[in-house]
Design a protein around this ligand. Structure first.
Ligand code: PEP
Ligand code: MG
Length: 841
């Protein structure tokens, strides 16, 4: 049904089902909601036969018959997907009424389904109609409300002619000046994914050049393959209608490090974690990856590679198989993500998101497509594509980039398993296992059951790899890069794994085993004590009550924090709602998240929401800021909000909407002058008045100037929260993520302690409470110093809550106050640490 006006060519799509139109963005599956498959609509169905929305040819029919694609005569492909996660039904409840290659008329039945069975077994019946090739569509006009299958117009597309689509990507050409990759870890997976996502927002063809090499900027894989490291000179090039905008935005993003906060890099480049040293024949050494001691029986894990035939059938069919497998792999990852999200593990969710990005990677798909066109089977061509890419990453200089090869292999094997129909080798260790493997893919690691796996070691990988990150997140002691001899230890052998020292001990004597067991016992006693303390109020031995709150990023983490004993939330880092997306969150989206956190906490627990803290080291794709020579001294924190009052006002309104639900506090980050605070408060005042809402107001103390005018700031606010991470770097003039300086930028330096002491004194002079929400608050060693300096609240990482409360209960404020004065007189961080170590238990 192609209609046309003089200006535009339309494609009209009839409703494929009767039901209620539903916006794609609201579908509870990010693969569709984030439009990874394409833009379109969703329908909540009341009928049970999927009809062709237009005349065309069946160009895809998924073997599970839950999804089908039609291509119109004009070459526009429409994908129809019945329900969510329905691939898992493997065809049960679906009857295909057409075959691949059939020509169909508009309104013809394509697939019949059993709504009763699907209602019971599928997650959701929402059915999606999407257009995978966005370049062909100039605009979409969806219907709303009720639609009738085969007769209501559900979606009108304004089409670009193929030539115009090509032209849209081929207009003008632009090129950036030289951008220097900032200090940090280079363009590894996270920043590469952010750059590729930002590039995809433009229609132009965009590339990133380094030396003589150039890569497609929309492809994570291609970007990783460039092997960009800190200090490299880069150029962004674009050709197309929005070439100039694309170059400006991406150069800005690159200059600011693409969201990579060097401080977050697990281990500084060039300083590999030291290997453990084996002290006898019974010991094998590796790199400590996750601390703790475990004793158990060896479980050797060896997954088998699926068999693959080289020659394919018809290339169009093979391409269809590949597309279907990629889509199913996306759904599998999505369902693992849902499980992982339930266990509140942002590190694992981030890894899985990176894997979804790899599935959509244009370079990987193009490499596999070329193999298929040359007559290879989808499985063979795909294996060659991902193995080649992983091998290229293996050959790069940066250890961090080399480790991303494991991610490419992981995603690659997942798709390969789907293509070959092989079942994934079961990773089902028995109870009390010490798992030994050559490597674990991140998704294998993500599925580890910590009630069965007491410890794990791999012969490959490093401390920055995903296996290490996930083991730490799961609290499983782990060693990576262990001696190959570990692979020869027989299954069931008794071993002791020391994840803190990177040592695996075998051939143990009875006495050694007993000694290890008693140390493990002591560790678990400490953990039990911490768990008990976590549920009690935070009171010192001499009866001084503090508040131990938590630093969180989401409603999910709020639940974790409350369960772990947090008395409130001292820092909700709201920027996490704004990162890794192409448009800012709407007021409603934000209000929903803030409201959810407030409801979880209830009126009895304080909630401090920090307004957007981005810019400089934390760039946003949709907020291009000019490249800055010193981003940490540039547009950061509240300065960005004052530059972009539109974003700021939206956020303030969303926060204020949550005010009636709890004890709400709004906190401005990176305030360095009184003028900034007054300007921010004025905007807040206007929004609060308009909404008839109010909230308590505070500032973060993160800049020495704020400390020195703390009396003036205190008159304007209800509370202070000291961000020791930034306060330290600005006090010491040492970048908090600098690979060589970060260790000296020590928050226990007496200069930083002086600033904390001055802040507390100013706050208390004005009857304001003062908290610490930087990393120092979670540090057990620092606790007597902070208690002695008189802080009222500690906002700590969720896992630290129990330990901090337990130690507080063993400390006397009366003894810590003179201790703090003693520390303030010292000249070096080493002296402070040495003195505090004398109190360590
Ligand atoms: C800080 O600087 O200490 C702080 C808590 O803020 P962030 O780490 O998010 O910059
Ligand atoms: Mg900060």
């Amino acid at each position: 049904m192609v209609a046309s006006t003089p200006a535009t060519v339309h494609l009209d799509l009839l409703a494929p089902l009767s039901g209620v139109m539903f916006p794609l963005e609201a579908v509870p599956d990010p693969v569709f909601a984030r439009k990874l498959v394409g833009d379109g609509v969703s329908i909540d169905p009341t009928s049970s036969e999927l009809l062709a929305p237009m005349a065309g040819t069946v160009t895809q029919l998924h073997p599970a018959h839950h999804a089908i694609a039609l291509t119109s005569e004009a070459g526009v492909e429409i994908l129809l997907h019945i329900g969510l996660d329905t691939v898992a039904l493997k065809g049960e409840g679906f009857t295909a009424k057409v075959a691949l290659g059939d020509r169909v008329a508009a309104g013809q039945v394509l697939i019949a389904f059993d709504p009763e069975l699907l209602g019971r077994k599928a997650r959701c019946l929402l059915t999606q109609m999407v257009i995978p090739d966005g370049a062909r569509v100039a605009a979409l006009h969806p219907a709303t409300g009720l639609v009738v299958a085969g007769s209501t117009l559900a979606l009108r597309l304004d089409l670009r002619e193929p030539a115009a689509a090509a032209a849209a990507a081929g207009g003008s050409t632009a090129q950036s000046g030289i951008v220097i990759q900032p200090e940090g870890s280079g363009l590894h997976a996270r920043p590469a994914a952010m750059l590729a996502a930002a590039a995809k927002a433009f229609t132009s063809v965009i590339s990133l050049a380094r030396g003589g090499s150039e890569a497609n900027a929309k492809s994570v894989v291609a970007l990783l393959g460039l092997g960009v490291q800190a200090g490299d000179a880069l150029t962004v090039k674009a050709t197309g209608a929005d070439a100039r905008e694309a170059v400006a935005a991406l150069a800005g993003l690159l200059g600011a490090g693409c969201g990579d906060r060097p401080g977050q890099a697990p281990a500084p480049a060039g300083e590999p974690a030291p290997r453990g040293a084996a002290s006898g024949p019974g010991e094998l050494a590796g790199v400590p990856a996750s601390p703790g001691l475990a004793a158990g029986r060896v479980f050797q894990y060896r997954p088998e590679a699926p068999a693959v035939v080289e020659t394919g059938q018809d290339p169009a069919r093979e391409q269809t198989f590949l597309e279907a497998a990629l889509q199913d792999a996306g759904l599998q990852i999505e369902s693992i993500k849902a499980r992982v999200r339930a266990s509140a593990d942002p590190a694992r969710v981030e890894i899985l998101s990176a894997h979804q990005e790899l599935l959509a990677d244009p370079e990987l798909k193009a490499a596999a497509g070329a193999g298929i066109t040359a007559g290879q089977s989808a499985a063979f061509a795909w294996r060659a594509a991902f193995s080649g890419c992983a091998a290229r990453l293996d050959g790069l200089e940066s250890a961090l980039l080399r480790e991303r090869a494991n991610d490419v292999r992981d995603v690659g094997r997942r798709v390969l398993t789907l293509l070959t129909g092989a079942t994934a080798a079961g990773l089902e260790p028995p109870r009390d296992s010490i798992l030994i493997a050559e490597s674990l893919t991140p998704s294998e690691a993500a599925q580890l059951d910590r009630t069965k796996v007491l410890g794990l070691c791999t012969t490959t990988g490093g401390p920055t790899g995903h296996v290490a990150i996930l083991a730490r997140a799961l609290g499983i002691p782990a060693i990576v890069g262990i001696d190959q001899a570990a692979l020869a230890i027989p299954g069931q052998a008794l071993v002791v794994l020391d994840g803190s020292r990177g040592i695996l001990r075998r051939d143990l004597s009875e006495a050694a085993l007993a000694e290890a067991r008693s140390r493990i016992e002591q560790q678990s006693v400490v953990r039990v004590q911490e768990r008990e303390a976590a549920q009690k109020p935070a009171v010192t031995r001499d009866g001084v009550a503090l508040e131990v709150a938590a630093n969180i990023r989401s409603a999910q983490e709020a639940r974790e924090a409350v369960a772990a004993g947090a008395q409130g939330i001292g820092l909700l880092r709201s920027e996490f709602l704004f990162l890794n997306r192409e448009t800012p969150p709407t007021e409603d989206e934000q209000a929903a998240e803030y409201g959810a956190v407030a409801r979880i906490l209830g009126p009895g627990r304080k909630l401090v929401i920090r307004t957007l803290d981005v810019g400089g080291d934390k760039p946003l794709a949709y907020l291009p800021l000019p490249p800055e020579a010193n981003p940490f001294l540039g547009l950061r924190g509240v300065r960005v909000s004052l530059e972009r009052p539109d974003l700021f006002r939206t956020q303030l309104r969303a926060i204020l909407r949550a005010a009636p639900l709890g004890d709400l506090h709004i906190m401005f980050p990176m305030v360095s002058t009184l003028e900034e605070l007054l300007a921010a408060k004025a905007i807040l005042g206007e929004e609060a008045l308009a909404l008839g809402r109010s909230a308590k107001v505070g500032v973060m103390i993160e800049v020495p100037s704020a400390v020195l005018i703390a009396d003036a700031l205190a008159r304007e606010v209800d509370f202070f929260s000291i961000g020791t991470n930034d306060l330290t770097q600005y006090c010491m003039a040492m970048d908090r993520g600098h690979p060589r300086l970060a260790r000296q930028a020590d928050a226990l330096h007496p200069a930083v302690l002086q600033l904390i002491g001055l802040t507390v004194a100013s706050a208390h002079r004005h009857g304001r409470w003062v908290g610490v929400c930087g990393g120092l608050a979670s540090d057990l060693l620092a606790l007597p110093a902070l208690l002695g300096l008189g802080v009222d609240e500690l906002s700590v990482s969720v896992p630290a809550i129990g330990g901090i409360k337990a130690r507080l209960a063993r400390l006397d404020q009366a003894a810590c106050a003179p201790l703090a004065q003693e520390l303030l007189q010292m000249s070096t961080a080493a002296d402070v640490r040495a003195r505090l170590a004398t109190l360590a238990e």
